[in-house]
Every structure is written in C-alpha cells, then in structure tokens.
Write a protein that binds this ligand. Structure first.
Ligand code: ZN
Ligand code: ZN
Length: 414
C-alpha cells in the first residue's frame, strides 16, 4: 500500500502569499500560477534533465569561444584598440580597481559558469549522494540570482553607441558566440527545475496532519522552507531536507532590509557626487559623474542611450529604495489590508526583484568604455571611485530585497 504522505508531493506552498495549492498535472511548457497572488509556482518541461544538460553544455562551449576571440574593436585617431572579455577584467585589475574586477568576473563569468556546471551535474546520471545533491542545490539557489551576463550584454550594446562618439567601432568574432551563450544559458535556466531535483533528495512534506488546499500555511500551522521549498510543521526550526534554519515568518530579516535601505541611501550620495569615469584628452583630465554622462549623451543627440543610462542609474535605484521602504511599512504597520492592495504590493515586490539588477548596466558601460579607450595622454578613459559606490548601491539594494519576506504582505488580510 502507498504511504499516505506520497501524494502530497503535489502540494505547493506559495513563497509569496503562503497559500497552499494542489498542483494539477502541468503540461509541457506550461506554468502553474498561484490563484491568490499570481506568482509562478512550477513549470513543466518534458525531458527536463536532458534538455537542461544540452543547453548548459552549449552555453559553456559558446562562453569558451567568446573568451578566445576579440569582442569589440575601436579606431580612435588612427590607433586600433580591441577588447577581449578576459582582457577587460585584466584592464580593470591593472587600474587597481580590484573590487570592480572581482564584481565583473563573478557576475559575468564565474557565477554563470558555476550555475551551468551545477545544472549539468544535478541533471546527470552521476552517482551523487543525497548530501552532495543537497549541497549543490543549496549553492545553486544562493548563486543563481547573481547571474548577470545578459545585463553585461545590454551594457556592451549601450557602450557600442556611446563609443561611436569616440571613433569607428566594430563588433568582432566573439560577439555572436557571446549572444548564443546568453540564449543557451537563459534557456537552460528556464527549463531547469530545482523543485524536481529537491523532490529526488527527499519528499517535500514532513508532517502527519492532512493538508487543505486553498488555505494559507499559517492557518494550518505549517510553514515553507525558503531554501528548498519543503512544507514543514510551523514549530520545526530546522528543515530536515536542506538543514536550513527558518521561522514561520522572517520578521527579523525585515530589520536587515531596513538597515540595508539606509546603507544604500548613504552610498547613493557619493555615487552621484564623485565621477564614475575620468577622461584624459590631450593631457588634460576631466571627471564625469553619472548625471554629467547623461547630459553629455543627451546634448550629443544620443537620446536612447541617455534615457537608458538615466533610467538604469537614477530612476531605478531611487524607485527601488522608495518601493522597498514602502513594502517594509506595508508589511509591518499597514492596517485595513485587502486582497486588492496586497496583490498590488506583491506586484511591486516582484518588480523590485526583477528590475533592480538592471542598474548594473552603467557599471558595465564604464568598464567596457574604459577598457577600450586607452591611448595614453592623447585620449584615455579610466573608471573612477563613483563607479564603485554605485555598484555597491546596486549590490546592497539587491541583498535588501532578498532579505524581505513577501509573505508578510499577505498576513492579516481583511
Ligand atoms: Zn501566492
Ligand atoms: Zn529546506
């Protein structure tokens, strides 16, 4: 006879609104959506393991190819400079911007490569112990939000337009492999199901009380493990599946979010006061802040680039700080919550999570432009300290939104 707990693997507790749903049979390429907050709960892809492995391997091959060739070249005053992805990191390192070098290497190369390798190992038939699988899944969960090759690509395209004001720019052999790397990496990421692999490690419900779909977890005295999405009795401090500690609600983490919002506000001041880029032209040095860059591009007639940089570097960080503050207030102190305004706040949180990382575009633009324009005293561009402060604002606000527990939005709804 089958265990009574066995069919419960089809239950899923929404990580945004805490509603328990019973998953119907999700057909190929379809997504199960939470009926309360409309957050995606699960997707189904036929041959998930095989397809994830194929796309991950293709992505890795394309990345290796794009590291072997030249990415962009530029001719300024008769001198040709070209850029290879690895040389970009080396240039930043030579300029003694170790923090920018590390950030670039981690976000664009190291973390994506690690995530792809983890995907391949977890989908392979290697005889991994449950402990190894668990450790790999935990690391994968921690790292995958920090993948940014597609944002780097957007930064390269913005730089391309910006560089045309310095000289003749051309895209080279590494451009196409890098585009294909991003397509394959995104495809593998969409197909890969952490939920399926976690369910292989252990079942997703530890408890003996029957579950009722359509009711919240807090009403049934159960909670979600935020690491492996296992359903646990509310009083169980450590998840038996992933060994992560947790609570019914992560109220203390909201204090972290508030502290990090203040930190990002403090960092945002020097990020705008100091230059992000220093330009040497015929021996004279000038420094330009984020806003100087936007105004310069606008005056030059490059309106789309000016708007992209203005949106990514000014509007998004400011809106993100305001939105996170509002979310903290709503979670902790709002009265008269209704389903409609909770859904609006949940949408705001999803937007903050999605859009926040795109602010990194400007940091990548500064890195690419400064690595390409190097003609000594004649015409050179160097990154400056403002870029580090700005990158810190993006990283700190990303951590702040990760610390936020969206289930607090939905508690005590009238
Ligand atoms: Zn939900
Ligand atoms: Zn867990």
């Amino acid at each position: 006879m089958k265990s009574a707990i066995e069919p419960l693997k089809n239950y899923i507790l929404c990580h945004h609104c805490d509603l328990l749903s019973e998953l119907p049979t999700v057909t190929d390429n379809h997504k199960a959506i939470c009926p309360r907050c409309h957050t995606g709960l699960a997707t189904e892809h036929r041959h998930m393991k095989k397809n994830t492995t194929i796309y991950s391997i293709c992505a890795l091959i394309m990345l290796i190819l794009s590291c072997c060739f030249i990415f962009i070249d530029i001719r300024v005053m008769g001198i040709v400079n070209n850029l290879n992805i690895l040389a970009l990191a080396d240039t930043l390192y030579q300029d003694k911007y170790l923090s920018l070098t590390v950030l670039f290497l981690l976000l664009v190369l190291v973390i994506p490569v690690l995530c792809l390798i983890f995907q391949i190992i977890l989908c392979s038939r290697l005889p991994l112990s449950k402990f190894r699988q668990r450790d790999l899944l935990k690391w994968y969960g921690k790292l995958h939000d920090w993948n940014m090759p597609e944002i780097f690509m957007a930064g390269v395209l913005v730089s391309f337009v910006k560089l045309t004001s310095y000289g003749d720019v051309g895209l080279d052999q590494a451009f196409l492999p890098f585009c294909l790397f991003i397509v394959f990496y995104l495809k593998s990421y969409i197909i890969f199901s952490q939920r399926d692999i976690w369910n292989q490690v252990a079942k997703n419900y530890i408890g003996d009380t029957p579950l009722v779909s359509g009711k919240t977890g807090i009403d049934q005295n159960i909670r979600l493990c935020l690491c492996c999405h296992s359903i646990l009795p509310a009083n169980l401090a450590r998840c038996p599946r992933c060994k992560t500690k947790g609570q019914l609600r992560e109220r203390k983490k909201i204090q972290w979010t508030i502290a990090l919002i203040f930190t990002s506000l403090l960092l945002y001041i020097p990020a705008n006061m100091y230059g992000v880029m220093n330009t040497v032209f015929l021996g004279s040095l000038s420094s330009s802040t984020i806003l100087d860059g936007v105004i310069y591009m606008w005056q030059e007639g490059d309106y789309p680039v000016a708007l992209v940089i203005f949106a990514a570097s000014v509007i998004i960080p400011v809106l993100k700080i305001i939105a996170l503050s509002w979310l903290c207030y709503f979670a902790l102190a709002a009265k008269n919550k209704t389903n409609v305004n909770c859904r609006k706040m949940n949408k705001l949180y999803k937007m903050v999570e999605f859009i926040g990382r795109w602010s990194m575009i400007d940091v990548f633009v500064v890195s690419v432009v400064s690595a390409l324009i190097r003609n000594g005293e004649m015409m050179s561009v160097y990154p400056y300290i403002g870029a580090i402060f700005f990158a810190s604002v993006v990283v700190v606000t990303m951590i702040a939104s990760h610390k936020y527990d969206p289930r607090l939005i939905w508690d005590n709804v009238n």
